[in-house]
Write a protein that binds this ligand. Structure first.
Ligand code: SF4
Ligand code: SF4
Length: 195
C-alpha cells in the first residue's frame, strides 16, 4: 500500500511569531554589512537568495516577501560564524519556515519536495535518496558539482547498489522504528497505511 504523508505541523502561526529563534536571530541589530551573504553557499547558487535581505525584510516586517526565499537556505551556519554582530540568518530561516508551514503559505513545489522527503524518511530512514539526484538538480548546484556527480546513478547501478539505498548497509530496524515513531508523534505521517 502506498505511503501517504500529510502536511503536519504541531505549532500555530502565533506561536511561531514568538519563536525565540526569530527574536534571537539578531535582525534588529543587523547593520547590512553583507558578510553573511558573502559566505553563503545558497546565495552563491541561487540568484534570488541573499541572507542580508532576509534580515532587512524581517526588520521592515515584510516577512511574507520571504515565502519562497527561505527554502533556499541549506542551514550551514556560515552566516552565523562570520557575522560581526553574532546574528544568525539560519535561525531566522528555521522559524520563518515553521511560520509559513503553519499558515499554509508554501508553494506546491516545496510541498511536493517536503512530502517526498518525509516519505523517504519513513520508508528508508533517509531524506534524500540517490535517485533524486537527477542531472537537472545537479546542474542547480553548479558546474563543479555537476562535473563530479553527473552519471552517478549509472555508476551506482554498475557497482550493484540498490536504487533506493543511499548507503551500503541498511539502517537497523530498531532505529527505523524510532524514526517512524517520531514522524507519527509529530504529525508528519499518516498512521493507517505506512508499510
Ligand atoms: S553579517 Fe550580520 S550584520 Fe552583516 S548583514 Fe549579515 S546579519 Fe547583518
Ligand atoms: S545558514 Fe543558510 S543563510 Fe546562513 S550561510 Fe548557510 S545557507 Fe546561507
Amino acid at each position: 500500500m502506498a505511503t501517504r504523508i500529510r502536511l503536519g505541523t504541531s505549532r500555530s502561526s502565533k506561536e511561531c511569531l514568538t519563536d525565540s529563534r526569530l527574536s534571537g536571530s539578531g535582525f534588529e541589530k543587523c547593520m547590512q554589512c553583507g558578510r553573511c551573504t558573502a559566505s553563503c553557499p545558497a546565495a552563491y547558487a541561487f540568484d534570488d537568495y541573499l541572507p542580508r535581505v532576509v534580515m532587512s525584510r524581517l526588520a521592515l516586517g515584510l516577512t511574507d516577501s520571504l515565502i519562497d526565499a527561505v527554502w533556499r537556505c541549506g542551514q550551514c551556519y556560515s552566516c552565523r560564524a562570520r557575522c560581526p554582530r553574532n546574528n544568525s540568518v539560519g535561525e531566522a530561516v528555521l522559524a520563518l519556515r515553521e511560520k509559513f508551514l503553519a499558515e499554509g503559505k508554501i508553494s506546491s513545489e516545496i510541498k511536493a519536495a517536503r512530502t517526498l522527503i518525509l516519505k523517504n524518511l519513513y520508508r528508508r530512514g533517509e531524506t534524500f535518496l540517490p535517485q533524486m539526484m537527477t542531472d537537472d538538480l545537479l546542474r542547480e548546484f553548479g558546474p563543479a558539482t555537476y562535473g563530479r556527480c553527473a552519471g552517478n546513478l549509472e555508476r551506482r547501478a554498475r557497482l550493484g547498489y540498490e536504487k533506493e539505498d543511499a548507503r551500503a548497509c541498511r539502517i537497523p530496524e530498531g532505529a527505523m522504528a524510532e524514526i517512524r515513531h517520531i514522524l507519527n508523534a509529530t504529525g508528519c505521517s499518516d498512521s493507517d497505511d505506512q508499510k
